[in-house]
Ligand binder design. Structure first.
Ligand code: URA
Length: 189
């Protein structure tokens, strides 16, 4: 894996043409939050608002994510937020495998720099590429896994919660489990 410091990562991403998404982007959306956060949230890819502002989760789904974080006493400044792909897929389509695989080394570099204790996959796409297996989010969400000392859990993408309110109870259960795991791991140090 290429080793980057933060400034090298930003420089590499600004010039990245590893996939076709580079042709239509306005901004590369690297990530935001605490670069030493204990917990990292990973979404699918930037939407329109994120592409225009260069920041992750700033549109409607992001506002819901902020509320979900606040409900368990977390805020953006205390977590790190990134995406599987750093450039907007046109029309907000799901990134294709080639795009995701081209971008994953950057996410791995972010994980290596942040060194989170917990990674939360927001939605199927994030879970699929981070767990490296086929995922059914309704079946596989809410289940902890530990890979190389990092605890990981998939939950619904906030955009899915905006579309289907009936998923909110499970998402709330996941957020409480995430908070409890964070407290447990923080107490261990
Ligand atoms: N949806 C995502 O998956 N990521 C964002 O940054 C915004 C919306």
């Amino acid at each position: 894996m290429a080793r980057y410091d933060w400034s090298e990562l930003y420089t590499a991403l600004a010039a990245c043409e590893e996939c076709g998404l580079s042709k239509t982007r306005n901004n590369v959306v690297v990530g935001m939050g605490d670069p030493r956060a204990e917990i990292m949230f990973v979404g699918e890819g930037p939407g329109r608002d994120e592409d225009l502002q260069g920041l992750p989760f700033v549109g409607a789904a992001g506002q819901l994510l902020d509320k979900m974080l606040a409900a368990v006493g977390l805020e953006r400044a205390r977590v790190y937020i990134a995406n599987i792909v750093k450039c907007r897929p046109p029309g907000n389509r799901t990134p294709v495998d080639d795009e995701a695989y081209a971008c994953l080394p950057y996410l791995r570099a972010q994980v290596a720099l942040v060194r989170p204790k917990i990674i939360v996959c927001l939605g199927r796409t994030a879970a699929r590429f981070i767990f490296d297996e086929e995922i059914r989010i309704t079946r596989d969400r809410g289940v902890w896994r530990c890979k190389k000392g990092v605890w990981m859990l998939a939950t619904y993408h906030p955009a899915a919660l905006l579309r289907d309110e009936s998923k909110k109870a499970e998402a709330w259960a996941d957020m409480k489990a995430i908070r409890a795991k964070l407290d447990e791991l923080s107490a261990e140090k």
